[in-house]
Design a protein around this ligand. Structure first.
Ligand code: SAH
Ligand code: SF4
Length: 346
């Protein structure tokens, strides 16, 4: 019989496991504490349990860990981690320092099914969904590698973003479970977590019903359906008006907003008229816009617009009263910037 991976168990299943092993109920909470806060790599490391109990549990169970395959550092301080999963698939996570922030960008799938034309992750295709523990483990592994403390962010990472490989809302149940574990088990505040989606409209309201209320980012990338259809196949299923109507229904707390990401592609979506369209369609939604000048990679058919074009676009938004930022993409020299993750796949 194969062993049970304790990290594959949520709260209720952990309670069942503890009961089945004839241990008192409080052991479930203790195991969760040792796995998610103290980041125990194996049952043997859970020193709060007696040696006999550790040995007894190591027979039917074990604790999985991501396998660090490689680690690259950019000259701007960004670090990229390539992790191997138990079945041999691989994923990447990126740690991005910026002034007073240290953001960890994590993956929700190995590869992606969505095939957005500008994104390298889309080009490698889809390998598989990640399990909740494989999502959470990226945080645990990076904290361990960097020697960060236990509860919460432990003085290290300040923000978590679901902006790595994959479309989180197409791996809905595991992502919801991961969000619960990150907030409840690890003690990380939901206000410091952002989930980015290409726009799976019906799943947006479901997310608000089922998961902790984290910040939401929408990869909009175009302000009219013709352009968005061409760039992001998902738009043919959930066109802009459908997507934005889902955004309008979100019960946002006062003073918070939805972030719209807009990859800027030279000659495709970067005209002042595109900016004016964007202003028009976002009307009535508390929004912030992040402009991301295209990050090139070998074989990409798109180009990054000139700085002048990016500034002019931003100005139209700001003049219309929209908070618009130009996101400096970090880690380009190691293919760690937005849309450049491929985890060693060809
Ligand atoms: N699948 C989700 C999560 C990934 S986030 C989503 O698409 O939202 C990755 C972000 O990087 C998205 O906002 C995407 O639009 C952006 N992106 C993809 N390829 C890019 C590239 N080559 N240059 C700049 N941004 C890119
Ligand atoms: Fe997938 Fe997001 Fe890349 Fe589109 S932009 S291919 S949804 S990871």
């Amino acid at each position: 019989m194969s062993k049970i991976n304790l990290k594959s168990l949520g709260k209720d299943k952990m309670k069942e496991f503890v009961k089945a092993e004839g241990l008192p109920a409080y052991r479930a909470k203790q195991l969760i504490h040792w796995i998610y806060e103290k980041k125990a790599e194996s049952i043997g490391r859970i020193t709060e349990l007696s040696k006999e109990t550790r040995e007894k549990l190591s027979d039917p169970a074990y604790i999985s860990n991501l396998n660090l395959l490689s680690r690259q550092a950019s000259k701007d301080g960004t670090e990229k981690f390539l992790f191997g999963l138990e079945d041999g698939e691989s994923i990447e996570s990126v740690l991005i320092p910026d002034k007073d922030r240290l953001t960890l960008c994590i993956s929700s799938q190995a590869g992606c099914t969505m095939g957005c034309g500008f994104c390298l992750t889309g080009k490698i295709g889809f390998k598989r969904n990640l399990k909740a523990h494989e999502i959470v483990d990226q945080i645990i592994a990076v904290m361990r590698i960097k020697g960060h403390g236990s509860r919460g962010m432990g003085q290290g990472i300040t923000n978590i973003v679901f902006m790595g490989m994959g479309e989180p809302l197409l791996n809905f149940d595991e992502v919801v479970e991961a969000l619960k574990r990150i907030t409840e088990f690890m003690g990380i505040s939901k206000r410091r977590i952002t989930l980015s989606t290409c726009g799976i409209a019906p799943k947006i309201s479901e997310l608000y019903k089922k998961a902790p209320h984290v910040n939401l980012a929408i990869s909009l990338n175009a302000a009219d359906n013709r352009t968005r259809d061409m760039l992001m196949p998902v738009n043919r299923k959930y066109p802009i008006e459908h997507l934005l109507s889902a955004c309008r229904k979100i019960p946002l707390p006062t003073r918070s907003s939805i972030t719209f990401e807009y990859v800027m592609l030279d000659g495709v979506n970067d005209r002042p008229s595109d900016a004016q369209n964007l202003v028009r369609i976002l009307r009535g939604i508390p929004s912030k816009v992040n402009l991301i000048p295209f990050n090139p990679y070998e074989g990409s058919k798109f180009k990054r617009p000139s700085d002048e074009k990016v500034f002019a676009f931003q100005k139209v938004l700001i003049n219309a009263g929209i908070n618009a930022f130009i996101r400096k993409s970090k880690g380009q020299d190691i293919l760690a910037a937005c849309g450049q993750l491929k985890a060693g796949y060809k």
